[in-house]
Write a protein that binds this ligand. Structure first.
Ligand code: NOJ
Length: 549
């Protein structure tokens, strides 16, 4: 009989250090020539993703939706938006991805539905106090005629978080809560019917072969409806943290229930939370052993390209995650955030009031590209899981000059045209240097692409060893060879103030020079560098991976 020491240890779960590629479906590849990306477009590009070397894809919401918020307004959680394809197409995509060794993570939107969802339509048609209304958050208004919203809570997209309905008899009626757009009514997670419904939706997709879910607004589900008005200082800070609706204790019980659903599957399916909470310690609470597996760590979104900030934020995230035995899930960009190439290309001195925008000032694309190349090697050398956002491997910048009349993000309207919103990071990606949409499809794309993106097309970069695409492919190969699947803790190396350097085990070192002066390339064999190495020196905003062999 084998003793414990002889038993093979369980292989680490795939997601603990996987590289996942985010597909913003509207902007990835348009197979049916309507100007919007779709499921068959993704299928046609799976070989590209396999070649890039990613372990998984995360696909933004693809469900039937009026698209009031790019699909984050879901009308039916168990089907595919007809503009994107059919359920059969989705099943084919999942099996084709699996055949290439790529796992498929979907996006679940549990904080709110679309106002076109049948349950919301039933709630509107039913009287106050009915079971139909109890699936959402309806309240009477304040003031003598109930014409004041129940609280002063703001919508994340601007304006109030409450909208008043007209009752069946035509009279002005109750108000419903929507932390986002009015077309996105919030579910009532205190209602067991809602809890059960979502367990069932999870099982529906797991049974179709989905490997996991990214959880939208994961920190918003439980609400303290006795919380009342927000004080002025919290409102002035954008109501981002201390409110009765973000990061409430009841949220954790909801995820204990979700974990039980996924634990019944073999292999267990994955959750990755989008939870904008105040500290790494608060984030780690979602990752306790009976809750979620992973959650995006937005350290790199919040930090400047600055050695002191980067070192301390990496340390804080690693320490907080270590406490609960979870890996950190690093990311530089997503479909809500100004592309990191542009964030890093701006002066790093003045932070924008909106953390998703990063920094104020004019973007220097050349500088941003240099730093984005170095940032990739920094990111991929860290212990943990990585999420890449489509187009970053092509070196795409934020499109900052979209004409007003093409903007579709609800933030543009809801902010009274003061905030241009997130469309600048959602522009369809260029595949070839020609055609009406640079190979995205054959129709005019839903957002116009900058003409110079023809030089950044995937086909143009594919065989160019100096291209961003080449760097991504090589870096993913080297990471797989030297770091993936190994328990190699990070050890800082002190190479001077402007240099961020660390080892992973004894053999592998990542060195990034964030200063304006060159520094020495550390000893060892250079396995990859983000830019040319001038003899033995590492130039500004350049990173190098070295090994001891
Ligand atoms: C976060 C999503 O990433 C974003 O795109 C969306 O607008 C909000 N949640 C609301 O669902």
């Amino acid at each position: 009989m084998a003793t414990d020491a002889e038993l093979p240890s369980a292989p680490p779960a795939w997601w603990r250090d996987a590289v996942t590629y985010q597909i913003y479906i509207r902007s990835f590849a348009d197979a049916n020539s309507d100007g919007l990306g779709d499921v068959d477009g993704i299928r046609s590009r799976l070989p590209y993703l396999a070649d890039l070397g990613v372990d998984a894809v995360w696909i933004n919401p693809w469900y039937p939706s009026p698209q009031a918020d790019g699909g984050y307004d879901v009308a039916d959680y168990r089907d595919i938006e007809p503009m994107f394809g059919t359920l059969a197409d989705a099943q084919a995509l999942i099996s084709e991805a699996h055949a290439l060794g790529i796992r498929v993570v979907l996006d679940i939107v549990p904080n709110h539905s679309s106002d076109r969802h049948v349950w919301f339509q039933a709630a509107l048609a039913s009287p106050p106090g009915s079971p139909e209304r109890a699936r959402y958050v309806f309240r009477d208004g304040r003031g003598p005629n109930g014409d004041e919203p129940p609280t002063n809570w703001p919508s994340c997209f601007g304006g109030p978080a409450w909208t008043r309905v007209t009752e069946a008899d035509g009279s002005p009626g109750q108000w419903y809560l929507h932390l986002f757009a009015p077309e996105q009514p919030d579910w009532n997670w205190a209602n067991p019917e809602v809890v059960e419904e979502f367990h069932d939706i999870l099982r529906f997709w797991f049974d179709l072969g989905a490997d996991g879910f990214r959880i939208d607004v994961a920190h918003g589900l439980a609400k303290d409806m006795t919380g009342g008005d927000l004080p002025a200082d919290i409102l002035a800070d954008g109501a981002r943290f201390a409110t009765p609706y973000w990061d409430q204790p009841g949220t954790h019980d909801i995820y204990r229930g979700w974990r039980a659903v996924t634990a019944a599957y073999e292999p267990e399916r994955l959750f990755v939370a989008e939870a904008w909470v105040e500290t790494p310690e608060k984030l780690a609470r979602y990752l306790r052993s009976d809750e979620l597996h992973s959650a995006f760590d937005f350290s790199f979104v919040r930090s400047a390209w600055d050695p002191i900030e980067l070192r301390s934020t990496i340390d804080a995230s690693l320490a907080a995650h270590h406490e609960v035995g979870a890996p950190v899930t690093w990311t530089l960009s997503n479909h809500d955030i100004v592309r990191h190439l542009s964030r890093y290309g701006r002066p790093q001195s003045e932070r924008s009031a909106n953390p998703l925008n990063g920094w104020n000032g004019v973007t220097d694309v050349g500088l941003g590209t240099l730093r984005a190349r170095a940032a990739l090697l920094l990111l991929l050398a860290l212990p943990g899981a990585i999420y890449l956002y489509q187009g970053e491997e092509l070196g795409l910048e934020e499109v900052e000059d979209l004409p007003d009349d093409v903007l579709q993000d609800p933030i543009w309207e809801r902010s009274g045209h003061t905030d241009r919103g997130r469309d600048g990071c959602r522009v369809p990606i260029p595949w070839t240097p020609d055609g009406p949409s640079l190979g995205f499809g054959t129709a005019t794309p839903w957002l116009p692409q900058p003409a110079h993106w023809k030089d950044l097309a995937a086909s143009v970069q594919a065989d160019d060893p100096s291209s961003m695409l080449h760097l991504y492919r090589t870096a993913l190969t080297v990471r797989r060879e030297h770091l993936a699947g190994r328990d190699l803790p990070l050890q800082w190396r002190d190479l001077g103030g402007d240099v961020v350097a660390f080892g992973r085990g004894d053999a592998f070192t990542c060195t990034v020079n964030l200063g304006s002066e060159p520094c020495a390339v550390p000893p060892g064999r250079v396995v990859l560098a983000s830019g040319p190495l001038d003899g033995g020196s590492l130039g500004r905003d350049t990173a190098v991976w070295t090994t001891a062999d």
